[in-house]
Write a protein that binds this ligand. Structure first.
Ligand SMILES: [Zn+2]
Length: 262
């Protein structure tokens, strides 16, 4: 049930039939190492949204191709980012108009970690100002809770590459996979990601640019994408679709924006 392929009367009929849930795929256009396309986060989020929408009979709004990805710009060509205030305004305005149509449950099916903070603010204000529930689904976190090895632990790493090998094998340049260790930025401080640093076993958060922590030749980090497999990507996508569809229909749908059971 993809909104861009439906007429206004079909969308009206969806809400008139008593449905009040819409899935909104949240993408990003940003560097994904030398081996994955710029639209990786958009493609995975859109795939999951369409698969869940199909399986659960849930309306899917058109995907947003852009996210907050400023930290993937320096040193890389092709990243197009909205700053956080602009992205908030865009998502909030889309959500308000979905609410005017009759949406009470919005699923932000998110493909990119940089969007999560913005979507949290959208979700909170939707509840306060419109009595609409905004669920944020970071797919890699859902996958990682279903099977720890399915979690994407970085960027363009093993899990994300496995998913792309399954969904879009022609877009994965396996011979270009380049994986290098993190730069050390201070003696005794271990770099764990572009926003994660460990000192004597305790992790601290601090946002850096990707090019500060890993080579621009590579651009990928986390778990070595040389270890990826299409089969693992298939298993993780199917498990996320099954679990998420079940939760949306039998859990999220029953949660009332004003609280209490229904
Ligand atoms: Zn990604």
């Amino acid at each position: 049930m993809q909104m861009e392929q439906m007429t206004h009367e079909e969308v009206k009929a969806y809400f008139q039939a008593g449905n009040d849930m819409v899935i909104l795929p949240c993408g990003s256009t940003e560097q994904h190492g030398k081996h994955l396309p710029l639209g990786t986060d958009l493609l995975i989020a859109s795939h999951l949204a369409h698969a869940v929408g199909e399986k659960g009979g849930i309306l899917v709004a058109p995907s947003l191709a852009y996210g907050y990805a400023e930290y993937h710009k320096e040193g890389f060509t092709g990243t197009i980012s909205f700053d956080q205030d602009l992205l908030y305004a865009v998502y909030y305005r889309i959500a308000e108009q979905l609410a005017e149509m009759g949406t009470k449950h919005i699923v932000f099916l998110n493909g990119h970690g940089g969007n999560t903070h913005v979507l949290s603010r959208v979700s909170m204000n939707l509840r306060i100002q419109h009595q609409v529930l905004g669920l944020i689904v970071d797919w890699w976190k859902t996958a990682g809770q279903l099977q720890p090895q399915w979690a994407e632990k970085g960027h363009a790493g093993k899990a994300e590459t496995s998913v792309m090998m399954h969904l879009y094998p022609d877009l994965v340049h396996q011979s270009q996979i380049c994986f290098e260790p993190f730069f050390t930025l201070a003696d005794g401080v271990e770099t764990k990601g572009s926003a994660s640093f460990s000192y004597q076993g305790v992790t601290y958060q601090l946002w850096m640019n990707t090019c500060d922590v890993v080579s621009t030749e590579s651009g990928s980090y986390g778990e070595d994408p040389h270890l990826s497999s299409a089969e693992e990507g298939r298993q993780s996508m199917e498990a996320v679709v099954d679990h998420l569809t079940d939760f949306l229909l039998h859990g999220f749908q029953k949660m009332h924006p004003a609280g209490g059971f229904r």
